[in-house]
Ligand binder design. Structure first.
Ligand SMILES: NC(=O)c1ccc[n+]([C@@H]2O[C@H](COP(=O)([O-])OP(=O)(O)OC[C@H]3O[C@@H](n4cnc5c(N)ncnc54)[C@H](O)[C@@H]3O)[C@@H](O)[C@H]2O)c1
Length: 323
């Protein structure tokens, strides 16, 4: 039996992780710490609310994290807590600096004082910056060249963790995933925005000409990859920090934004004339692509096709918006 502290699990990806983890590992003890920002919905965890401990709070509150770790004899920390929306980071980077850097540093401090803890940090492909159409997918050891304040804050969190692995010998690993989609995602994000605006027969906003490429992964395929990484022995401090500590997760299924939008309109039976091209995001990354061999070597591969995942996603938002 493990005792897990899962942060940010009232949000999109963390909630799916907890729902599936409780089902698969009913003997594990799970404590969720979440600040309940605009991106969270505590009701995402309703199905397991009697099987977990929920604590509202901030990962940057080191005393609170330490108390949870001590009271619940935590042996594993999984950090999903983040400010996660690029456009918000362009408007104001301070919440990103707080949660994605100061918050991660606070979790590291607690792990430093509890060296038996395994710390799995959830990061993003955006730390690598973008790729041209001709570049090969990013490998785990490629340099971090973030483009947005969001990506910079995630890269900074990773760098603090990398330094802590070496300096304090904490047991840690980092997963970096491509764009996720599925139920529970905050309504401001790309796919929920398309569904929401199309359902209301409003203009569906698409940055520039919609030709930017993303590699979409259904959310539970991401959380299954995280489980694979959790159950695998990680490289530890006495080894060179490198591929044994970092895992890139992706479906290897790149699509242009415009094609994703059209597929959603088709599922909803809405005309493509709803598409409305708007001024591009400043510094907009052109393409993301990851070499996911590190996690595939653990026996992981995506299970949900893009078409099936989109249908499930559209259905969930239809029901949520109808309430
Ligand atoms: N969504 C994606 O496509 C994607 C892709 C790759 C990686 N990631 C990473 O996965 C992680 C989870 O992303 P998500 O999309 O579920 O995010 P989200 O924005 O949906 O959820 C984040 C959660 O963290 C909580 N939170 C925010 N600040 C906090 C703080 N200071 N203390 C405690 N809780 C706090 C929020 O209340 C929310 O429940 C993030 O680290 C993100 O960088 C996301």
């Amino acid at each position: 039996m493990r005792s897990l502290l899962v942060t940010g699990a009232a949000g999109f990806i963390g909630s799916h992780f907890v729902l599936r983890h409780v089902e698969r590992f009913p003997d594990d003890h799970i404590v969720v710490l979440d600040k309940l920002t605009y991106a969270a919905d505590i009701h995402f965890l309703d199905a397991v609310k009697d099987k977990i401990v929920f604590q509202e709070g901030d990962i940057a509150d080191q005393a609170l994290v330490m108390k949870l770790v001590t009271d619940h004899k935590i042996d594993t920390v999984i950090n999903f807590a983040a400010e996660s929306h690029v456009d918000n980071s362009i408007k104001d980077s301070s919440p990103f600096l707080h949660t994605n850097v100061v918050g991660v540093a606070a979790l590291i401090e607690v792990c430093k004082k509890n060296p038996e803890i395994k710390f799995l940090h959830i990061s993003t492909d955006e730390v690598f910056g973008d790729l041209t159409d001709d570049e090969p997918p990013k490998k785990v050891e490629d340099p971090l060249i973030p483009s947005s304040p969001y990506a910079a804050s995630k890269a900074a969190g990773e760098l603090f963790l990398m330094a802590a692995m070496r300096t304090y010998k904490i047991k840690a690993a980092v997963t970096r995933c491509t764009n996720n989609y599925g139920p529970h995602q905050a309504s401001e994000k790309f796919i929920p925005t398309i569904i929401r605006t199309a359902l209301a027969d409003q203009h569906v906003p698409i940055y520039a000409e919609g030709k930017n490429k993303r590699d979409w992964l259904y959310v539970t395929d991401h959380t299954d990859g995280i489980e694979k990484v959790l159950e695998t022995p990680w490289a530890f401090w006495d080894e060179k920090i490198g591929s044994g500590h970092f895992f890139n997760i992706s479906a290897d299924d790149e699509r242009q934004n415009i094609d994703v939008a059209k597929t959603i309109l088709d599922i909803l039976g809405k005309p493509h004339t709803l598409l409305s091209f708007v001024t591009d995001r400043p510094g907009h990354d052109w393409r993301y692509a990851l070499d996911s061999s590190s996690v595939r070597a653990l026996g992981w591969k995506p299970q949900v096709t893009f078409e099936e995942g989109l249908k499930r996603t559209v259905e969930w938002y239809k029901q949520r918006l109808a309430k």
